[in-house]
Design a protein around this ligand. Structure first.
Ligand SMILES: [Zn+2]
Length: 861
């Protein structure tokens, strides 16, 4: 099937189906390509199900036939007259074209013959299926008949084959379902026909799309339906359609079962996530919230071990020896205090001891931050907070004293010292550490200290599991109230009660705060920084303020947890996008998406990393950009520089704690002490990277991550950025728009920047949005944006224009004739003549800026 899909894509690409409309209304536009692919895929799933319940016998020919019939059912819409009528209608000039293919058999034949050539070249076996193409034409024209009986039917005098009848019924049903805007509409598509009457549909739906959490919810709902004999076949971002036997009763999904399933799914995912990822996500920031997600840290003893390894590798936990002049005021104060205790030692020894202590103290701060989380989160109905506080301190004290061989008594007051800013108090801690017999030897000391920290944390984890309510259960309870169908009436009543309680609680205090993400009841005040993305404009903050600094945002518990979940996948992500289907998704497009995501994530240099948009702009300008990912055959060469490669190897070695022996990364395991050596050995062809490491290294280089725990939509995260240092946000927004276009083109989907209000019903009037920023008014005009969207028919032109302006700015920069950080912004409105004069007068070399002229020309046309 994958190969057949490739053939269909090639066909659609040739005929530019991605720039043509199939469906359009006030909320959703869908390209002919996306629509036809989805109808063929859904038809295939329906046929499959009918075979599964033994209602019909499904042959190989029938499978291929239904797939091709589905793909071609709207081929008539590719005609210029139809597309012209759509454009007229969309700009308000014409009346709405009939939403059916005025299928002229003549039109249809040309498309079908062209597809036949492409498909038969790849699958000679198709030639054995006598008459399949005529049967396809018959099925399609019969579907057209429903609106326009006279136009076509006379051209067929033969009685159709059984296969053609089956295809007609199934594709017709799939077409109607794939044209519906909402989940409930699709589920209530009337089923008539002898063959399809054996089935029925039902659906699940949620009130808002949050992200990872919603994927858990969708997945849990799917599981419940499946265990009741229903099969998922069509996915909307906010719901799923299931098919069952016509006489099956729609299951009533109980709240308890659903919660159980969500919790299990969360545990499954977290157990599968590598402990090192959880450990990283658990850690916040030494200067702000030190432990961002204690529930991840305490997930397992292995996570705890990885956590301390990760921390030990951080810069702040390693001694940085400075000169006295380099010490900051506070540092100097502590240094003076320590020096008084170190009489007789020379200055450099004292500085070294000071640096070592500072690093050790940072580690202790983290341990006590863990303790603080435990105390704060404890269920005080179960145990008194004071008791926990004492017990936790004792545990820490015992472990540190035993392992480091220091006096226990002096450790008792450390938690307070760690939390205080008073620098003098730290002296007592230093004095205690110095008592240890291990302190003399730096390496042994380091090992012992980390061992003590890890053991103490393991003990705290034991207490956490005993006294802190399971976070996943709490979240699952909250999450279930997002479900709008199926609903157990009792569950709704409970939910209303809960909500009232929260609201009245809020009212007694400072009034109810609403979550700035979803509009729910806010219970957390989160550092806006935790909410990532610094460059993509964020609607979370008033007046589009830049995220960061001291900004706080009010969020609900679900939205806060959503952020934590994302951080497991990508620490400090720069940008987050949703890939939404234009309308709904089918099984085959879903597989196709996942295949692409993996290729992009682990791209071994076959094509430029997605974030390197200049390279993609060049492809677009050269008219080489298609919906296919370029393959190595095109000889693009290795897309990463040697330096990037070396750094990535080193990074992967570091997070795996390989130290100075990297031989385990390669086969044969030759001696290698750092990334550079490995890269050299590789380039000499002396060894190969082991598969797992190779994947990790390419993942680091591509800076790309995707999440799809359920098929309904995909979450994309990038850890890097397309912006230059200090580039203004609106300038970066131009580049991100282009980036989203690349994704839209590759996936034939709507690409949504995540943080534009999640509660809103989905709207996708094309491929992606153009930023609404006033500074970028010209951008929207030049890209012919309608209602803020890059429309279906304009995608290619928009991408060419964006490429031109991006490359023009690059040309200027490379000749040092740019306008600094805001070059892109200037180019939006600047007279091309003035740009040229600037270029010519700035460059020493007497070269005619031919490329620049071409780019400016394209932009200003
Ligand atoms: Zn919220």
């Amino acid at each position: 099937m994958a190969e057949l899909l490739e053939a269909l894509k090639e066909f659609a690409e040739e005929r530019k189906w991605h720039l043509k409309y199939a469906k359009f209304n006030w909320r959703i536009h869908q390209s002919l390509f996306a629509h036809c692919l989805n109808v063929s895929s859904l038809s295939y799933s329906l046929l499959d199900y009918l075979g599964e319940i033994q209602h019909i016998e499904v042959t190989d020919k029938l499978r291929i036939q239904v797939f091709l019939t589905g793909f071609l059912h709207d081929a008539g819409k590719e005609s210029e007259s139809f597309q012209g009528a759509v454009e007229d209608f969309l700009i308000g000039k014409g009346s709405e074209p009939l939403d059916f293919s005025h299928q002229q058999v003549g039109d249809l034949r040309s498309a079908i013959e062209s597809l036949q050539r492409i498909v038969e070249k790849r699958f000679p076996i198709l030639k054995n299926f006598q008459g399949i193409w005529n049967e396809i034409i018959w099925s399609i024209s019969q579907m057209g008949r429903r609106e326009d009986a006279g136009a076509i039917s006379h051209s067929f005098k033969r009685v159709a084959s059984n296969d053609a009848l089956i295809c007609k019924e199934i594709v017709h049903l799939a077409d109607m379902m794939m044209s519906k805007v909402t989940v409930e509409d699709s589920a209530s598509t009337p089923i008539d026909g002898q063959i399809v009457s054996a089935i029925r549909f039902t659906y699940s739906k949620v009130s808002m799309v949050r992200g990872v959490l919603t994927q858990f919810l969708h997945a849990a709902l799917e599981e419940q339906f499946q265990s009741n004999g229903f099969k998922p076949i069509q996915w909307f971002p906010n719901g799923t359609i299931y098919v069952g036997k016509a006489d099956a009763t729609v299951p009533l999904i109980g709240e308890a079962k659903l919660i159980e399933s969500i919790v299990k799914k969360m545990h499954d995912m977290l157990d599968k996530s590598r402990p090192s990822q959880l450990a990283k996500a658990a850690f916040g920031d030494l200067t702000a919230q030190v432990i961002a997600a204690p529930e991840f840290l305490f997930a397992s003893n292995e996570t705890i071990q990885k956590f301390w390894q990760y921390i030990a590798w951080q810069r702040f936990s390693n001694p940085i020896i400075k000169t006295i002049d380099d010490l900051k005021e506070k540092e100097n104060k502590l240094f003076q205090l320590l020096s008084k205790q170190l009489k007789g030692k020379d200055e450099s020894t004292r500085l070294t001891l000071f640096a070592r202590f500072s690093a050790d103290f940072n580690l202790l701060i983290i341990l006590f931050a863990i303790r603080k989380q435990l105390i704060e989160k404890v269920d005080d109905a179960k145990i008194e907070r004071k008791k926990i506080e004492k017990e936790a301190t004792n545990k820490i004290q015992e472990n540190l004293a035993t392992i480091l061989k220091v006096h226990a008594a002096s450790i008792a007051s450390w938690p307070e010292i760690a939390l205080q800013t008073k620098i003098e108090k730290r002296l007592a801690v230093a004095m205690t550490l110095w008592q240890s017999p291990y302190y003399e030897n730096v390496e042994i000391w380091r090992k012992k200290l980390l061992e003590a920290l890890e053991k103490a944390t393991v003990e705290l984890a034991g207490m956490w599991r005993k006294f802190v309510p399971d976070k996943y259960v709490t979240i699952a309870h909250l999450l279930v109230s997002d479900v709008t169908n199926p609903l157990d009436p009792k569950a709704i009543l409970n939910e209303v009660k809960n909500l009232n309680q929260v609201i009245s609680k809020g009212k007694s205090g400072h009034g109810t705060q609403t979550c700035q993400r979803c509009g729910g009841v806010a219970t957390f005040e989160a550092q806006a920084e935790l909410f990532g993305n610094s460059e993509i404009y964020s609607d979370n903050l008033i007046a589009g303020q830049r995220v960061g600094g001291g900004n706080k945002i009010q969020v609900c518990e679900l939205c806060e947890f959503e952020e934590k979940l994302r951080s497991i996948f990508m620490k400090k992500g720069q940008a987050i996008f949703f890939i939404y289907p234009q309308l709904a998704l089918s099984r085959i497009q879903q597989f196709d998406w996942q295949l692409y995501l993996n290729r992009i994530k682990y791209n071994p240099g076959e094509f430029p990393p997605l974030l390197r948009i200049h390279k993609w702009a060049e492809r677009v300008i050269e008219r080489k950009m298609t919906c296919f990912l370029p393959s190595i055959k095109e000889n693009l060469g290795f897309s990463f520089s040697q330096k990037e490669f070396v750094n990535a190897i080193q990074y992967v070695a570091d997070i795996n704690n390989l130290g100075k022996d990297l031989s385990s990364m390669i086969e044969p395991p030759l001696d290698a002490e750092d990334g550079k050596t490995i890269a050299t050995l590789l380039s000499q062809g002396k060894c190969k990277l082991k598969k797992g490491y190779e994947r990790d290294i390419f993942a680091v280089l591509n800076q790309f991550e995707s999440i799809y725990l359920s098929p309904n939509f995909i979450i994309l995260l990038t850890s890097g950025t397309v912006a230059n240092k200090e580039e203004p946000e609106s300038s970066a927004a131009i580049k991100w728009t282009f980036f989203r276009c690349i994704l839209a083109r590759l996936f034939s989907a709507a690409i949504i920047a995540v943080d534009t209000s999640i509660a809103e019903e989905q709207v996708a009037l094309g491929y992606t949005v153009v930023p609404s920023n006033v500074v970028l008014k010209t951008l929207a005009e030049r890209l012919n944006a309608r209602k803020g969207w890059i429309t279906i028919s304009e995608l290619e032109r928009a991408m060419i224009k964006l490429s031109a302006i991006i490359l023009a700015s690059q040309e200027l920069s490379s000749e040092k004739a740019d306008y600094g950080n805001s070059t892109l912004l200037r180019l939006l409105d600047e007279e091309p003549g003035r740009v040229l004069i600037r270029m010519i007068s700035n460059t020493r070399r007497q070269v005619f800026p031919k490329k620049l002229i071409t780019y400016l020309d394209i932009w200003n046309k």
